[in-house]
Design a protein around this ligand. Structure first.
Ligand SMILES: [Ca+2]
Ligand SMILES: [Ca+2]
Ligand SMILES: [Ca+2]
Length: 415
């Protein structure tokens, strides 16, 4: 029996119907008849039959593939789905793109000369929050886009009033740290001892509960550092995550001005967390809280140090409290709030690091019910130079190493 038919039979059984061992082709009209029969509780979607979201496969209610278009930008950096309103938001480094669930373009916010990275939707205010870097200006922001007002192609990030920014001092402190004490900050290069923890800026962002807090507790904004690849130093083997409560950020929000970067933002972080993974290439590209498993997922470009396994995906158990301990490898003994890797997937004895092989560096979105979008992108040649195409494919949680997801649909060859 096919998996699709198994699910259908299970759903019908839960609705009080029985199905004979008939071919799947005959079962579909039965399901249709059930929804119009007044004696049967109407069911709009099959996944409502199971409430805990964990036992058994649910048929997906998301498209198996969405194309985010081809844009004259750098590659796709992050994707978030507004399930309630049926929109997808795509970060294309210099542009935010809004499409519907079929990939039809609704609008764009353009003209960003910095680096717009990973994005997420704040469930509390319905706006999209993304990391935005101006390394030469030593300015690091969370860009906040009032996406409900993005309704046409070509809106301007500075002048159309849909994008505000909040500056993160903490990132500047670590990015600009003159670690070798020679009085010179070496700037945007990984080939240096400067930058505390190897900080190259910020990229991965996600809303979710504080680490160790209940899943239904207040949603915080987690912001992950970029970390330069450098095999010559030992103080860059952690991922760094900043935690912010954004409930009162209105007071800090300012329009984006690239000519005169503002510094309006919280002076302190609510928490700062360290995760020992080994050095990676530009740190956490995509950070995602996954309510289905309760895990935090950190997608990276793999590291280059031979003493580490250099996995592409790491997970943290969201239910586990951070503990205070040494942030190993620092030039001077330092303690901090440490996260630990979920002990699942693959394990490297030498370094003690756990992780997975799954490339979600361009985008990873947890949809719920154990379904995910993984983003891909590619260069597309054109008359005015190359552009970048972005797309997402639907995946299902398996939890089986080496990759925890399997692709849904014909492209994945399994339905
Ligand atoms: Ca220096
Ligand atoms: Ca994210
Ligand atoms: Ca990125």
């Amino acid at each position: 029996m096919s998996q699709a038919r198994l699910i259908l039979v299970a759903a019908l059984a839960a609705a009080g119907l029985t199905v004979a061992a008939a071919p799947a082709a005959q079962a579909a009209p039965t399901a249709q008849a059930a929804s119009t029969n007044p004696s049967v509780t109407p069911r709009t979607t099959l996944e409502q039959e199971t409430t805990d979201g964990l036992d058994g496969p649910h048929p997906p209610r998301w498209p198996e593939y969405i194309n985010g278009g081809v844009w004259p930008t750098s590659h796709v950096q992050g994707v978030v789905v507004d399930d309630e309103n049926g929109f997808v938001y795509w970060s294309f480094t210099q542009m935010l793109v809004k499409t519907d669930m079929e990939g039809n373009v609704v609008g764009t916010v353009e003209g960003i000369t910095g680096h717009l990275g990973d994005i997420d939707l704040n469930p509390r205010d319905g706006r999209v929050y993304g990391s935005l870097e101006y390394k030469a200006e030593e300015a690091f922001y969370i860009a906040i886009v009032d996406v409900s007002r993005v309704d046409r192609v070509g809106m301007d990030a500075e002048t159309d009033g849909v994008l505000t920014t909040v500056h993160l001092d903490e990132v500047v402190e670590d990015f600009t740290a003159d670690m070798n004490g020679d009085g010179v900050f070496d700037g945007d290069t990984g080939d240096t001892e400067d930058h505390r923890y190897g900080c190259s800026g910020i990229d991965g962002v996600s809303f979710g509960p504080s680490f160790g807090a209940r899943e239904d507790s207040r949603q915080k904004l987690m912001v992950a550092y970029g970390v330069y690849a450098n095999t010559e130093r030992a103080d860059n083997d952690h991922q760094v995550v900043l935690e912010y409560d954004v409930r009162h950020w209105e007071r800090y929000e300012r329009p984006l001005s690239e000519a005169e970067p503002h510094r309006s933002g919280p002076r302190r972080v609510d928490d700062k967390l360290f995760l020992y993974t080994g050095n990676t290439t530009y740190g956490v590209q995509n950070l995602e809280y996954d309510p289905h498993t309760g895990n935090w997922m950190l997608a990276v470009y793999p590291g280059t140090k031979a003493e580490f396994p250099n996995y592409s995906l790491f997970m943290v158990d969201g239910g586990e409290r951070p503990r205070r301990g040494e942030i190993v490898g620092q030039p001077e003994y330092e303690r901090g709030r440490l996260l630990s890797l979920l002990p699942q997937g693959q394990h490297d004895e030498g370094s003690g690091v756990w992780g997975w092989d799954f490339d979600a560096s361009y985008g990873l979105e947890s949809l719920g019910d154990g379904y995910y979008y993984g983003a891909e992108g590619r260069s597309v040649p054109g008359e005015d130079g190359s552009s970048q195409e972005g797309e997402v494919h639907l995946y299902r949680w398996t939890g089986q190493p080496p990759a925890p997801f399997e692709r849904v649909g014909e492209a994945g060859g399994e339905v």
